[in-house]
Ligand binder design. Structure first.
Ligand SMILES: *Cc1c(COP(=O)(O)O)cnc(C)c1O
Length: 380
């Protein structure tokens, strides 16, 4: 099999997670919203256990967990839900603040709100991809309703200073929304300690199934539902709960808590080996902060080669990506925010190592990049 080094796009659903989900498809299939018979009560109990475990995993409150179809839906519910609730109560605060390097799942709903009269400030980042806290402090004022900053970037792995951002938001009376899709299950993250009011989670980014995630809300944060219907999830997200997927999300989180720190340690050593070997090729720039980053991420721009040709060659022997999986075609807005040129962004390689990544795969990746770069540089 082709070495798979694209774990920021998606992770394999762990076999233990698949096993945990198995009984909930065809045997224990009852609808958890129906409280009139035992099978339904059992499904409801499984749902509530998952809610408790997900809350515990992120230092949140059980009653704050709203299961969704993934992190995109969680971000839409959080951002539009907060804005609509503020509008309904005639709140003076309407300002929204975010970073240029956020995921499209955050930037697009915010732009949608901006078109509907919620002033949006998109802050630049420093050349390493970090928020400038002085700029953030200047941008968050008495009119700011919400600040949205992701925990870990999906392209460059950069970790933002969440505790400082949370403290600033609360000092100014603004809400703090954090897209945790790349962080939860990978680094320790406790909502209460960091002052996070709303946290998004995605199952398939943490070795769980696709099509499930959660928004964890600090109880008391007003949210208007974005999907109306049968009143499930405390009236905040109507629709029959996806019990098998939610059980899978719970299992994936539990598994991640067990191996998270050892996995990060192992992958960091492999990442360092990869980084050193690529730097030795010459004219290779790392994108993103050298140490404030996910242990399993490396993003580099290769000088003196055409990005399209580079990826065409790499495709034969490894699975890596350029930019984010969700913005194929257009150059990465994240790398542009770091000041990278179009050409540098096109000739970038994002490596996302994962639970199954072996030393042999890293050596294969090094060989593949070295060969492709030599071929392209020699030809020019
Ligand atoms: C993958 C990802 C999302 C979207 O998650 P889905 O569950 O696929 O909707 C949002 N934000 C970040 C940072 C991501 O990496």
């Amino acid at each position: 099999m082709l070495p798979y080094l694209d774990h920021h796009a998606s992770t394999p659903c762990d076999p233990a997670v698949v096993a945990a989900m198995a009984p909930w498809w065809s045997e224990r299939f009852a609808n958890p919203s129906n409280r009139l018979h035992r099978p339904a009560l059992e499904a409801a109990a499984a749902l509530e256990l998952a809610r408790r475990r997900v809350a515990e995993a992120v230092g949140g409150q059980t009653e704050g967990v709203i299961f969704t179809s993934g992190a995109t839906e969680a971000a839409n519910l959080a951002l539009k839900g907060v804005a609509e609730a503020a509008e309904e109560r005639g709140e003076r605060r309407r300002g929204l603040v975010t970073l240029a390097t956020e995921h499209r799942a955050v930037l697009d709903p915010l732009a949608w709100l901006a078109r509907r009269g919620f002033p949006l400030t998109v802050l630049p980042v420093d050349p390493d991809g970090l928020v400038d806290l002085d700029q953030l402090s200047a941008a968050v004022g008495p009119d700011t309703l919400l600040v949205s900053v992701m925990a870990a970037n999906n392209e460059i792995g950069v970790l933002q200073p969440l505790a400082a951002i949370g403290a600033l938001c609360h000092e100014r009376g603004a809400l703090f929304h954090c897209d945790g899709a790349q962080a939860v299950g990978h680094i320790p993250l406790a909502m209460a300690d960091l002052g996070i009011d709303l946290l998004g989670i995605s199952g398939h980014k943490l070795y769980g199934p696709k099509g499930v995630g959660a928004l964890v809300r600090r109880p008391g944060v007003a949210l208007a539902p974005q999907q109306h219907g049968g009143g499930q999830e405390g009236g905040l997200r109507a629709g029959t709960a996806a019990v098998p997927l939610i059980v899978g999300l719970q299992a994936a989180l539990e598994l991640a808590l067990v191996d998270r720190s050892a996995r990060a340690e192992r992958l960091e050593a492999l990442r360092e080996r990869l980084e050193q070997a690529l730097e030795a090729l010459g004219d290779v720039k790392r994108n993103g902060h050298p140490s404030l980053r996910l242990a399993h991420n490396l993003n580099v721009s290769v000088g003196g080669v055409d990005g399209g040709r580079l990826h065409q060659l790499l495709r034969r022997s490894i699975a890596v990506s350029s930019g984010s999986a969700c913005s194929q075609g257009s150059p990465s807005h994240v790398l542009a925010a770091l000041g990278r040129s179009r050409q540098e962004a096109a000739a970038s390689i994002r490596f996302g190592l994962g639970r199954s990544t072996s030393e042999a795969e890293i050596e294969a990746a090094i060989g593949a990049v070295a060969e492709a770069v030599a071929e392209l540089r020699h030809a020019s």
